[in-house]
Design a protein around this ligand. Structure first.
Ligand SMILES: Cc1cc2nc3c(=O)[nH]c(=O)nc-3n(C[C@H](O)[C@H](O)[C@H](O)COP(=O)(O)O)c2cc1C
Length: 277
């Protein structure tokens, strides 16, 4: 899966990655309240211009605003459901009871999930291990997995206060898989090699989500699938210059945003050292 990437994962990048092996993609995070205010910027984040499979990522902590949004929402080809953001580490977002602040609020999250299911849409969670080391020790992430009836869970194996320089702790995945009782756990954080995917697969995760490594190489999905024998026969993997050309064509056809295009061309083909939120 291609990770939600604010400032990057618009329709153009999502389709590029889908063409090169990502099975599912995610929009950039957007506050539900900004949709209710008809914010142009928020609506642009969920603008979908083709049939690439996508989940729309929402940031919210309020049932009433989510319900109002859902009442006005119309599904479209390629729409695969919603993803609730329980991972944003911004102190401002956490201070308003959203993003990573929701990890320890399993009952509240379950009410949001029920509302979405009630409208007939699939819903996944994207979460961290907690806001801080204390929550991590209390294993709030397991309560969230056990207590929420989401269709799958993306676990970014870090707390909200951990810096980008710190590595993810993949040792949590077996207990997450166990807590999920048959629903998929999707591993996220620092995944960029077949060895890491293989190790995670041994822990029975249902899939992996890739962010920064896909900015560097949007064809990493097919490249990994080829190396791991998931593509039979292996698929051709384009070079970076070929991917740049394809992005430029998609940008024209899908009416991409200039800002996101410039962001993309700054990072593609390079080692991406962006803070990983
Ligand atoms: C530039 C950038 C923007 C991001 N935007 C979002 C976002 O909108 N929503 C979200 O849930 N995570 C966001 N993230 C976090 C990623 O989805 C992902 O969880 C994180 O980068 C770890 O995965 P990676 O090591 O494969 O990049 C962002 C990360 C980066 C680097």
């Amino acid at each position: 899966m291609l990770a939600p990437l604010e400032g990057y994962s618009d329709s153009v990048l999502r389709t590029l990655c889908f063409r090169h092996g990502a099975d599912l993609t995610f929009t950039e995070m957007a506050h539900v309240e900004s949709f209710l205010k008809n914010s142009r910027l928020a609506l642009e984040k969920i603008a979908v211009r083709d049939m690439t499979p996508v989940q729309i990522q929402l940031l919210t902590g309020r049932e009433n605003e989510l319900e109002r949004f859902l009442q006005g929402f119309t599904s479209f080809p390629g729409f695969e459901g919603f993803n609730l953001n329980l991972c944003c580490p911004s102190p401002d977002v956490i201070g308003r009871g959203k993003g990573a602040a929701m990890i320890k609020r399993a009952a509240k999250t379950q009410r949001l999930v029920s509302l979405i299911h009630g409208h007939g849409h699939a819903v996944s969670l994207k979460m961290r291990l907690g806001t801080n080391a204390h929550e991590r020790e209390l294993k709030v992430y397991l309560n969230a997995i056990r207590g929420v009836d989401a269709d799958f869970f993306v676990v970014h194996a870090k707390t909200a206060v951990q810096s980008s320089a710190e590595s993810e702790d993949y040792s949590v995945f077996p207990e997450c898989v166990n807590a999920a009782g048959g629903r998929s756990i999707i591993a996220n954080g620092g995944i960029d090699s077949p060895e890491k995917v293989e190790a995670l697969k041994e822990m029975s995760v249902g899939g992996v989500m890739i962010g920064r490594a896909a900015l560097s190489n949007p064809a990493i999905f097919d490249s990994l699938k080829n190396q791991l024998g998931f593509n039979k026969p292996p698929k051709p993997v384009p070079t970076i210059p070929m991917l740049k050309k394809e992005y430029a064509e998609l940008y024209t056809n899908l009416h991409g945003s200039e800002r996101l295009r410039d962001n993309f061309f700054r990072v593609v083909g390079k080692k991406v050292s962006l803070a990983n939120y």
